[in-house]
Ligand binder design. Structure first.
Ligand SMILES: [Fe+2]
Length: 309
């Protein structure tokens, strides 16, 4: 990373401009943001129907039932001192969709052991408007457990650049199309955190992945859609969220909507793309309405393992 470049300042001015724009920006071009208001209206009708058919409470119970999913990921090129390194992955907290969800999350992570926590965006319910309502719940989570290597966060399409100051006050390391190195003696891993490519796609995000960084690399992106660029640039692990695993699915976990336009097959769970391992979290929280059907609220714990075979 070029230390003479102020990545945060570049990101801040770009994100501020894009947030005020009436379009959302994707790698395929720009689209109107107005669809979200139509979606909200449809959700209200859906909630009414769920209540009529007595299904709302069941959906709410499903949303509050956060699972801890644990995975061991094996790599021949993992630096020796990172053998056994544990990463907690939280995504799509949407803390104001379901007030009190922070207490469920804290109870779940309290007894887990991990070296680093990463958060892959979407902290509030809506894509626009106020955000202070999520700050105290987030503060509670952040102060409940402080891993040795800290907490690294990126933003999703529901977040605003105005949150940055609050995140920094909490001691969260926020990455804006830039990378950070975690060192253990002479060994290191690099973590690259990008801005959301679903609403706020920019070349700066792609450029950050294309930086010539050697060694073991992890990409944090809100959505799976930059997987090809990450793999082409020798990333070992790609962590994302955004889809909520469909949130409201048909029996068998078949999603109706995943809000993706690229990498649709990577809508949940563990996946591989050539030599890169990816994981799409189903998210801790819910967006729109606090219910789930045939999808799982999740907290994910990864253990990195060095396997020379
Ligand atoms: Fe989300």
């Amino acid at each position: 990373m070029d230390n003479s470049v102020d990545y945060k300042r570049i990101w801040l001015s770009t994100r501020a401009h894009l947030e005020s724009d009436r379009y959302k920006y994707r790698s395929s071009g720009k689209r109107s943001k107005s669809r979200w208001s139509l979606f909200s209206k449809l959700l209200r009708i859906f909630v009414f129907l769920l209540k009529v058919f007595n299904l709302y409470k069941r959906g709410l119970k499903n949303a509050k039932n956060i699972h801890i999913n644990e995975f061991t990921l094996e790599y021949p090129d993992l630096p020796e001192k990172f053998d056994g390194y544990k990463i907690l992955h939280l995504s799509d907290l949407h803390l104001d969709t379901l007030p009190g969800i922070e207490d469920i999350i804290i109870e779940k992570i309290q007894n887990l052991k991990y070296d680093l926590c990463v958060m892959t965006g979407d902290y509030r319910k809506n894509t626009l408007g106020s955000f202070m309502q999520i700050i105290n719940p987030l503060k509670k989570i952040v102060s409940a457990k402080k891993p040795n290597d800290g907490i690294i966060a990126i933003f999703g399409n529901h977040d605003t650049y105005l949150m940055l100051k609050q995140f920094e006050k909490m001691g969260i390391t926020f990455l804006a199309n830039e990378n950070i190195t975690i060192n253990k003696g002479s060994d290191k891993i690099t973590i690259t955190g990008l801005d959301d490519p679903f609403y706020y796609y920019t070349d700066q995000a792609v450029n950050a992945l294309e930086e010539n960084i050697k060694g073991f690399k992890i990409a944090l992106v809100h959505t799976s859609e930059l997987y090809k660029t990450a793999e082409q640039n020798a990333y070992n692990l790609y962590l994302c969220g955004h889809t909520h695993g469909g949130q409201i699915c048909l029996p068998g976990g078949i999603p109706i909507i995943t809000h993706q336009f690229e990498g649709k097959k990577f809508y949940k769970g563990l996946w591989n793309f050539n030599n890169m391992i990816g994981y799409t979290s189903q998210g801790c929280g819910t967006s729109g309405i606090p219910i789930r059907f045939y999808s799982q609220s999740e907290i994910t714990l990864f253990t990195l393992k060095r396997n020379l075979e």
